[in-house]
Design a protein around this ligand. Structure first.
Ligand SMILES: [Ca+2]
Length: 233
């Protein structure tokens, strides 16, 4: 077990540190109030990491397995800054909540198989504002909604038995006022999930397209010249 931890921890640190580095790129260290100490100090508080001059880098979180996907979104509007979401190989969606210079991890989903797909958008008009969506190896798709008080509800909204959910995106593909949750599956199917009317939890799924291989990632492109709806690559 010791060798497993030794192997995995650097990869985890690298993944989570990437988000921190991106946040720090726009602000030189000399202009920040929380300038890194000269030597890394892992005894308490944020773990500062060595990096190029003009940047700061720190480890926000270390898990006991690999992190597959990382994203940063404004999930808790009553907290300043963005929350960072880490999806790991054990099926956990860990939301890192930052306040007063500290980071508190909150596990919002525990699926048991890896989580990979991640998207944030307003795909459910029954919920105020935007929702967070995560997808799992065993074909599960979850909706996460933040509480005003602190914490998150998670609801299983779709299952694709035997298929891996690799990619998610919330895109107004057909109607600018009604974004859809798009799902890229391991068998190459591109699915659209639409929130049902009423109180039902499961979204309505329909197939839009099929590729010969898995759909690993979505990129939303601007509308073609002359306007229209967004395009998806
Ligand atoms: Ca909504």
């Amino acid at each position: 077990m010791q060798s497993l931890r030794f192997t995995l921890v650097p990869a985890i640190t690298s993944a989570i540190t990437s988000a921190a580095l991106l946040a720090g790129c726009a602000v030189p260290a000399a202009d920040r109030s929380d300038v890194a100490p000269a030597q890394p100090d892992q005894r308490e508080g944020p773990c500062w990491l060595s990096c190029a001059d003009g940047f700061t880098a720190r480890s926000l979180f270390e898990d006991d397995c690999g992190v597959w996907t990382v994203g940063a979104f404004d999930l808790l509007t009553n907290y300043p800054g963005l929350e960072i979401v880490a999806l790991d190989d054990k099926g956990r969606a860990t939301i890192l909540i930052q306040y007063s210079g500290k980071t508190a991890p909150f596990t919002a989903v525990s699926d048991g198989t890896w989580l990979g797909g991640l998207a944030h958008g307003d795909a459910d008009p029954r919920v105020d504002g935007k929702e967070l969506y995560v997808g799992a190896e065993r074909g599960h798709v979850y909706q996460l909604v933040a509480h005003a008080e602190y914490g998150f509800d998670s609801v299983l909204i779709a299952t694709f038995p035997g298929e891996e959910v690799h990619s998610l995106a919330v895109v107004p593909l057909f109607d600018a006022d009604r974004p859809l949750l798009l799902v890229g599956l391991g068998d190459g199917r591109l699915m659209a999930l639409e929130a049902p009317a009423g109180v039902a939890r499961r979204f309505v799924a329909r197939e839009l397209h099929r590729e010969p291989g898995r759909i690993r990632q979505f990129v939303e492109l601007p509308p073609a010249s002359g306007g229209g709806t967004p395009r998806l690559a």
